[in-house]
Write a protein that binds this ligand. Sequence first.
Ligand SMILES: O=C(O)CCC(=O)C(=O)O
Length: 261
Amino acid sequence: MNTTTSPLTIQSELITAEEKAFLAENGYLSLGSVLNHVQLDAIRYRIKELLIVDGEKSGAELWDSPYIRHPKEEGADRLANLVNKDPLFDIFYTHPRVLAGVAQVVGSELKLSSLNYRAAIPGKGNQKLHADWHEAVTPGNYLVCNTIWLLDNFTKENGATRLVPGTHLSGILPQEELEDPWATHPDEILVEEPAGTVVIFNSHTWHGGTDNHTDAPRRSVHSYFCRRDQPQQLDQQKYILPETYARLSEEARRILDVTQP
Ligand SMILES: O=C(O)CCC(=O)C(=O)O
């Protein structure tokens, strides 16, 4: 655990009053374009390399986590522990506007829970509607918040993420209420946005992947945050490399909740 006591610098003014109200009411918010074409190309290239380097072990750090309660997903390519796999990925957990949005959900005492890649592979990708927390929470007492960084245009055809707006306010998990959490929900919306967009979603909002009906993977990075008093999905202290730690600012170390390895 990081012993630094200084609070994070969250610039809440980077999210407008309208955006805050939309996120509070709907449980998600598109921040619009955050990554430009040059950044997108570099990230996609590095991800492609890592899928080869990590090979069969791709995503293994995630499946080893005691906080993952479902088996390895067959319909998706995964990479985990991206914090330690390239400085290119630092932006995913340090971007000021993204942090400001996440702080609207879990408060400014936040930390990174995990940083993963997920691609719905051709012909697959559908997920049950779920919340990213094992139990329902009282509306307002939110513990986790996800941000999905689109590396491709998300469309109805290629497996755009689905969300059921407002369900973070229900205090109910989808499996408690729905007869078939795999089925299309009458109120669900699809995140149909261009590559480079970041969408923040309150992780207690019911959501899930959908099937990719194209012949190319639908790629994204999930930068997942939690309240500081909660365990991380990936124990960042266990994985932090000396070279990663050395290049990070004190603020970034605090977001990861790490000390010198
Ligand atoms: O990648 C997506 O579209 C959603 C993934 C998701 O919700 C998850 O893996 O828990």
